[in-house]
Design a protein around this ligand. Structure first.
Ligand SMILES: *Cc1c(COP(=O)(O)O)cnc(C)c1O
Length: 398
């Protein structure tokens, strides 16, 4: 029987392989949910891990893996560690995936009270349902933290965020990692506010770093994703298993957007830091401002800790307007240049009013004891000409 050419109907269906091109100069987006094998033997080798290769998009993809490794290399830069990275579908899924990889029913997370709101919520409303408890304490109080580790042997993870939102309180990363090592407890730092350009927790002995790459790492406000970075090879397999089974993998399009953002991360961060310092100094002398929370100001209570563990002071700050809520709202409504958007780390300057947004559900007394008054405003200082940012604040405060 002579073989017939495939029909026109089938030709529509068939994928045309492009093997004619020279190598792409820039990372392509691999929009494919699965990968082909040349032979059964090759398939078996890849499935059994004898040969590296991709199988199915939820398990990994060349675009995603390339960006994950770049982020791991940045976090581990200069430490001599062989770090790995896993890109996730969001910062939140990076957090749930690492916690569910490390902890089990009966274990406890020890953390601070002023975490990113979503993190507190996922710990107490979702992770708690798996029998994993969360204990909140003041991690700047090392004696109190050690007392808890001494008396509660169910603590398996010390989870921290420094500087914390929106008061920029800092936790001493080196001291916490030493304590954790003494008691055999894992450590994880949410490094979203700093990026590895400013702070490298792995260099202070931390086990895992997570990010919402949605913020500075992408930098352009056009993707939602996260990353988990570690260097413990034994745990790597467990994280991969959790990730692929929960399906919290990132998608190649968002990975590609992060890749674009990373090219300018270093220059962006430098400009964010310079601009934030100028804005902080301007606000500190303004008569309508009661207080400025910026790690770069010697007046910040944690300026010294920040100087020890941060290479620069970042682009985030908050300040307290002297006045009632109605006056604060009136002032913020006058801003024309700065945008009102509930995110951070974009190239443009963003304003957020914690009392009426991120901290809306925290009762007023508790809010105020944590330094979050009705007058407190958070600023994610952008990379524009700083004179335009200050001019806008000036006219609004007038
Ligand atoms: C935004 C943010 C998260 C959550 O990240 P998503 O990408 O929104 O899921 C976690 N931690 C910090 C510090 C954040 O700013």
């Amino acid at each position: 029987m002579s073989t017939r050419k495939i029909s026109m109907d089938s030709l529509c269906v068939k994928e045309y392989k492009d093997q004619r091109s020279t190598r792409p100069h820039q990372l392509p987006i691999y929009a494919t949910s699965s990968f082909e094998f040349d032979s059964m033997e090759e398939g078996i080798e890849i499935f059994t891990g004898k040969k590296s290769g991709h199988v199915y998009g939820r398990y990994g993809n060349p675009t995603i893996d390339t960006v994950s490794q770049k982020l791991a290399d940045l976090e581990a830069y200069g430490t001599g560690l062989n770090a790995y990275g896993f890109l996730t579908s969001s910062g939140m899924s990076a957090i749930s995936t690492i916690v569910l990889s490390l902890l089990k029913n009966g274990d406890t997370i020890l953390t601070q009270g002023d975490l990113y709101g979503g993190t507190t919520e996922v710990f107490v409303k979702v992770i708690a349902n798996s029998g994993i408890k969360t204990l909140f304490t003041d991690l700047t109080d090392l004696d109190a933290t050690e007392q808890i580790l001494l008396s509660n042997r169910t603590v398996k993870l010390l989870y921290l965020e420094t500087p914390a939102n929106p008061t920029m309180r800092c936790i001493d990363i080196l001291q916490i990692s030493r304590l954790a090592q003494k008691y055999g407890v894992y450590t994880c730092v949410d490094n979203t506010f700093c990026t590895p350009i400013i702070q490298q927790p792995l260099s202070h002995g931390i086990d895992f770093v997570i990010h919402s790459t949605t913020k500075y790492l992408n930098g352009h406000g056009n993707s939602i994703a996260g990353v988990i970075i570690g260097h413990d090879e034994k745990i790597k397999k467990q994280i991969w298993t959790t990730l692929k089974l929960l399906g919290t993998t990132c998608n190649p399009w968002d990975a590609w957007l992060i890749n674009n953002g990373l090219k300018t991360l270093s220059v962006r961060m430098q400009r964010h830091c310079e601009n934030a310092m100028s804005v902080a100094q301007y606000l500190e002398t303004h008569p309508a401002i009661l207080k400025v929370n910026y790690n770069g100001l010697p007046s910040h209570p944690h300026h010294d800790i920040a100087k020890r563990q941060m290479k620069a002071f970042g682009g985030m700050l908050s300040f307290e307007i002297n006045g009632q809520l109605s006056k604060v709202i009136q002032i913020l409504n006058k801003l024309k240049f700065c945008s009102m958007a509930p995110t951070l780390g974009d190239v443009d300057t963003l304003v957020l009013h914690p009392a009426t947004s991120s901290h809306l559900n925290v009762d007023k007394a508790r809010r105020e004891t944590n330094g979050i008054s009705d007058g407190l405003v958070r600023l994610s200082v952008g990379i524009e000409d700083v004179r335009d940012i200050i001019q806008d604040l000036e006219q609004a405060l007038r």
